[in-house]
Ligand binder design. Structure first.
Ligand code: SF4
Length: 185
């Protein structure tokens, strides 16, 4: 039987509950080490904090990843790679902004070439503040994301599609050499 063959309302509801449970407990992360915060990822993933017990595991390609973890400040040229990477991921997909730099530029707030307010350019579902956030804070951020998936609030990827013109205008305002293919859903 195919998933789309489930027409009965009650069966569909049960299927969605199981699907959401599986989804939030198998978050495959494409770690994008944009800033110094990336140094906290190895201890988060290895034996001391063992993020995999929460179903959080690394993936090497955007095609297999659910979560884009942006681990710090973004220069304009790095933002371009982040956008390209994010758009190659399959939905549902989520973004976690890691560290104060992703929220307001952090210690680079006054830099001519560093992005502030990351969610003007890509849809951030969860921010983890701190400079740099410790592994406990990283895991708490993932738990927050899991709760949002459970309650249907982790819908940044849908808002990105719905408001693509707004995001594109913001992206193209800062990325002057825009020579990427326009993504087509
Ligand atoms: S928030 Fe702090 S640790 Fe993270 S990228 Fe910025 S300066 Fe580095």
């Amino acid at each position: 039987m195919e998933i789309n063959d489930i027409n009965d309302k009650e069966s569909r509801k049960i299927f969605d509950i199981i699907k959401d449970y599986a989804r939030r407990h198998s978050l495959f992360v494409l770690s994008y080490g944009t800033g110094c915060g990336a140094i906290e990822i190895p201890p988060t993933m290895t034996s001391r904090y063992d993020a995999e017990r929460f179903g959080i595991a690394g993936r090497a390609t955007p095609r297999q990843a659910d979560v884009l973890l942006i681990t710090g400040y973004l220069a304009v040229k790095t933002l371009k790679r982040v956008i390209r990477t994010y758009e190659q991921m399959q939905g549902p997909k989520y973004i976690i902004g890691f560290g104060s730099c992703t929220i307001n530029g952090g210690m680079y707030w006054d830099s001519y070439n560093t992005i502030k307010l990351l969610d003007k350019y890509v849809p951030v579902d969860v921010y983890i503040n701190g400079c740099m956030p410790r592994p406990e804070a990283v895991i708490e951020g993932f738990i927050k994301l899991q709760e949002m998936i459970k309650t249907g609030k982790a819908n940044g990827w849908e808002l990105y599609q719905q408001n693509l013109d707004w995001y594109r205008a913001n992206q193209k305002k800062v990325i002057k050499n825009w020579n990427m293919p326009d993504y087509n859903w």
